[in-house]
Design a protein. Sequence first.
Lengths: 320, 253
Amino acid sequence: MTPDLTVKIGKLTLKNPVMPASGCFGYGEEYAAFYSLEQLGAIVVKGTTAEPCAGNPPVRLAETPAGLLNAIGLQNPGAEVARGKIRRLQQYNTPVIVNVAGQNPEEYLQVIRILDEEPAVSAYELNISCPNVRAGGMAFGTDPQVVNSLVRTVRRATEKTLIVKLSPNVTDIVAIARAAEEAGADALSLINTLLGMSIDSETRRPLLANLTGGLSGPAVKPVALRMVWQVSEAVKIPVIGMGGITCAADAVEFLLAGATAVAIGSAHFINPIVCPEVVEGIAAYLARHGFRAVREIIGLAKKAAGEEGEKDAGKDHCRP
Amino acid sequence: MMPKKQQLVISSQEQVGEAVFRLTLQGEVAALPGQFVQVGVAPALDPFLMRPFSVHDCSRDKLALLYRIAGRGTKLLARRQPGELLTVIGPLGKGFPVGKADRAVVVAGGMGVAPLLYLLRFLRGAGKDVAFFYGAKTAAGLVLQDTFRSLAGEYIAVTEDGSAGKKGFVTQFIRPALAGKKADLYACGPFSMLRAVAALAKDTGADCYLSLEARMACGVGACLGCVIRGADGCWRRVCTDGPVFRAEEVFGR
């Protein structure tokens, strides 16, 4: 029997828990050359602003050990043009989630005004975590009060499913997560990239023109997994986990940590068909371990850890 | 041709110059001259990204790449042995068009020579009268000279130090080949060389096609990591708007 892979995120029922991460998948058209996007749980398109955005000057990329720094800077054609591109995704009969970015709350609302009537748009992912822009982006995602107020404002503007994408570049991600939940977010996605930099020792210059960039790839996976664990424990809304997933086993780790769904980003650059491969791999994992539905494994590692904890309770680990 | 992800077997790996290797893979990629492929240099997550290589030569059952060891990725690639599998995604990007003129002037600078073997074969097949200018810093930088000489009607090698062929920059010697009969210009090499070739094209009115390079992540147009600024001020993705551009797109009219 094929395991049931469906999961719920807000008002959406996804046919499987796997989606591309915003920014690594453009508006879908490039990867449609490799497989039918119908196989995805959802299609998550690039960070979209109200007006076209030129992004940062090159060099925009720097490879790092088992990872990648990027400073694209939200280059996108603006919400009107994006709308046309998103319409073309309707043929895949898969929910489309639009990552929404802005320099101020009004710009976030403008994007939503342009896209809210569009039936091809199923949900928004509020980008309060881009580390590569001077205004907006991560600036909105590092203070619980600011997060609460922005999410509240956007919540009032739309009935569609609202996901808030969190930055890992904070002292207490749980406080941010709670602020977003309290303000009416339907789900949380995490993590965005970790702020980093790279210097070329030979030329003695920073590699990125923007000086700093967002770190992604396998290098960030342990950080992402820990944050998904902590956040999913603290909130009632579903969590979409991401950060360094390259294969089904990685995705399963995030589900076991408490994520309801997963997103795959940088791995697209080394394997354009990574999403359908991970969908297949999760199904195989469930079958191999006798689970009937992916929902059965969400947060399962916490239960195991809890049992271990009970067994160990009362023991003093500091004494020999 | 839609790009595909494939595992291809290495059939040979030969050193053809100072730190320069020719890698041949078994399988069909169906690339056009000037297109490129992404190659997973090692079966591991570090280094993380694939490496873009222009198609050096290509046929129904084989793909050849020509590369110089320039960093960690190419160093790892040079260690890969015949019989091993490599992940290859391609064909990618826009290649060289076959121009209208009967005469083709092809200019290579250093490792920019890599995609031009396949182009020369193509132009010859299209019945063009081909002049090939091959520049490098020193004699050691000129590889596979006999092959290139055999594919071009006119062959001129140039080195900056004069250790082989003519002495100077390759772009100093092209102008006579563009005089008289109308010719199309094709070039791949350092950015400064491409700028000089574009200036020659502007002077002579020749159609000019340039192959560029950039650090890339996805190679398929999605990540926007490899952009360059076009002459009109707008970004161009080297991976999908190029890597071959009309000279005026990059350097203006």
